[in-house]
Design a protein around this ligand. Structure first.
Ligand SMILES: Nc1nc2c(ncn2[C@@H]2O[C@H](COP(=O)(O)OP(=O)(O)OP(=O)(O)O)[C@@H](O)[C@H]2O)c(=O)[nH]1
Ligand SMILES: [Mg+2]
Length: 473
């Protein structure tokens, strides 16, 4: 009897002990056969993950400035719907900020989208922090994050300003890009797409600032700028950009802004809507750590078959078609020879002559062939010129693979960094009629050697002609 009691108690104690141990072990997540080495591996993996996460050296997300120079109405908003390539999207945001100042509306930071040649997903949404320096923009005007669409506008827009006349084609394009926003636009009368569509057929936003302010006056809380691209009658000019860069922001009299020269106001906006600081930092770091000097020449060759050459119709006499024919007739060797010839004094005076060559990154074939042309020319002329391209930059960006914000956006970020590399170069050879090149040239306004910048296609064609004429004599 007694021994049965003792046995029972021992059994009970053992059962309780075992079940408590099992529960504790389960909770600890280690209830499975394991060896000591496995435990260490799991532990080290976790530590590595934590360390890896904290290793991202880029400051991508920044708080907006809460105290802008131009304080806009916090109860009225404007959101642009952006189109085309990344540079056109940036211009669309500038148009919106310009309008926001005139109409006294807070700017909603839009979503951007990838270029059509981006192999990680054409037109995919890109966070505004990867394209725009939010602190710089918000130091000028009041902005709210993209989430304001749901927070303040309840996913509903009361009014749409048309950035371009609404043709059937535009409407199709616009409708597709609206899907990015998951928003509803209130429908008005039959045939009208919006409650209030503030551009009757013959009116556009291209009017004088004061007229614009009166004409587009509305109590509607949430407004959308539909097809935001060169939709206002103002633009940046080299002269005004220079003036705007030198302006003392604290001297700005906000009430006089609508009376300010429209291109100066637009240029002031343009100098605050630009690429984020982390992009600029990567460009500087690349020049320092990889190129080894900031005294390099940069070339932008925009003419790729998948995008730019879609413009080529070849049977017309338009300037673009003339360029298309020229692009077809030149070789990679002509391009590098022309770049070297145009910059021979700069390159000769440098102990480390360097050319940075920018072109859409999918053109690896061209980039690799340029490397072999440079080797050839160096051998023949004893120059020692080094060529860097997006392929080298790609390697440098690997350093930031731990930054989750960059995952899936590497090509987009790379193109922005290349732009900064070109903007900071000693001399720049641009592609005419490219917004990408034009944006670089805008950055270079006021740069010491900006007057020396030249058209690379023109220089290449001239080089080719000189070779052919030498051969024929
Ligand atoms: N990495 C890299 N990408 C480029 C380069 N040039 C063009 N691209 C790509 O092509 C896109 C073209 O830029 P857009 O902003 O559309 O400018 P654009 O095509 O020159 O000008 P538009 O004729 O107004 O469209 C860029 O955003 C990149 O995705 C380049 O030199 N380097
Ligand atoms: Mg384009």
């Amino acid at each position: 009897m007694c021994s049965r009691k003792i046995f029972g108690s021992v059994f009970l104690v053992l059962t309780v002990y075992l079940s408590v141990s099992v529960r504790l072990l389960k909770r600890a997540g280690t209830f499975r056969p394991y060896s000591a080495t496995e435990t260490i591996t799991i532990y080290l993996e976790d530590v590595n993950k934590i360390q890896t996460r904290s290793k991202c050296q880029l400051k991508i997300y920044n708080q907006p400035d809460k105290n802008p120079i131009i304080k806009l109405n916090p109860h009225k908003f404007i959101l642009p719907v952006l189109y085309n390539g990344p540079t056109n999207q940036l211009i669309g945001l500038r148009d919106t900020v310009y309008l926001a100042i005139l109409l006294n509306r807070t700017v909603i930071i839009p979503e951007f989208h990838k270029h059509l040649t981006d192999t990680s997903g054409q037109f995919q949404a890109v966070d505004g922090n990867l394209r725009v320096d939010i602190p710089a923009l918000s130091a000028l005007v009041s902005v709210v994050p993209h989430s304001a669409i749901s927070d303040h506008c309840k996913n509903h827009f009361d009014v749409a300003f048309l950035g371009q006349p609404l043709t059937q084609k535009h409407f199709q394009v616009n409708r597709a890009s609206l899907q990015h926003y998951n928003v509803t636009l209130s429908r008005g009368k039959r045939g009208q797409r919006f409650n209030t569509l503030l551009n009757p057929r013959d009116q556009t936003l291209k009017m004088k600032p004061l007229d614009l302010r009166d004409y587009y006056k509305t109590d509607a809380k949430c407004a959308m700028l539909y097809y935001a691209y060169r939709s206002v009658d103002a633009k940046e000019t080299p002269e005004m950009l220079l003036k705007a860069k030198e302006m003392n922001l604290t001297d700005i009299n906000v009430s006089l802004l609508p009376k300010m020269d429209k291109n100066l106001l637009y240029s002031l906006v343009a100098t605050h809507v630009h690429t984020p600081e982390f992009i600029s930092n990567i460009a500087e770091e690349f020049a320092r750590e990889v190129i080894g000097t900031n005294q390099y020449i940069a070339v932008h060759w925009r003419f790729d078959p998948l995008d730019w050459q879609r413009k080529c119709r070849r049977e017309t006499t338009s300037p673009i078609d003339a360029m298309c024919k020229q692009v077809d007739n030149v070789t990679g060797a002509d391009i590098v020879n022309a770049a070297i010839k145009h910059n021979k004094y700069v390159l000769k005076s440098s102990t480390r002559p360097v050319i940075y060559f920018a072109t859409p990154i999918y053109r690896k074939d061209l980039l690799l062939s340029l490397q072999s042309h440079i080797r050839d020319i160096n051998q023949r002329k004893g120059l020692g010129v080094r060529l860097y391209t997006g392929l080298d930059l790609q390697e440098q960006l690997n350093k930031y693979s731990v930054c989750s914000e960059l995952n899936g956006n590497v090509e987009d970020v790379l193109a922005s960094v290349e732009m900064e590399i070109c903007a900071k170069a000693k001399s720049f050879m641009f592609s005419k009629h490219s917004s990408w090149s034009a944006e670089v040239l805008n950055h270079r306004v006021g740069h010491e050697f900006a007057n020396f910048d030249r058209d690379i296609l023109k220089a290449t064609v001239e080089f080719r002609k000189s070779v052919l004429s030498l051969k024929s004599t």
